[in-house]
Design a protein around this ligand. Sequence first.
Ligand code: SF4
Length: 174
Amino acid sequence: MLLTSYSKEMFRPECNPSFQSLHCIAHLDQDITDALPYLNATLGGFEYFKEPPAVTFRIHGKIITVHPREIAVNALKDEEEADKILQWLQREINDAWEKRDDIKPKYEGLPKPKLLEILKLLPKTNCRECGEPTCMVFAARVAEGAKGLERCVPLTEENRSRIAQYMSGFQLDV
Ligand code: SF4
């Protein structure tokens, strides 16, 4: 077993201490650098960074980043949820490491939607109804999976479904 133990630290984001969700950092007692490309291959990391090595996952609206000696999880509702996620990740890391001879390591993240492909179908009036300063910013937020198309009220049904169809080719779990 590669990862046998860690210690957990829970905190609220400093930028907004009244914010209802919690963040968690797990400090790993073992270095899992060599397991990261295998974990990326098995779980489909959203982003993969080579230097320093890290892999990011977007799972059920949370961003989970796994570093060689640390796992960071955001948007948690309580400590119990943090424990469940960390235990699951520990199993996945150890499984990927044990089965590494049968797994092709992956050193890149998932393909990303192109901002311009989304922008060209938006109304481009910069009306701000979506809460963003421009259609360009909104397109960027949609491309990264942080905002849904329903926020652009003036968007025509036809273009809404064209963008949705384009986006369905990417694995964005938000
Ligand atoms: S609501 Fe739509 S049209 Fe208005 S700024 Fe946002 S993306 Fe552009």
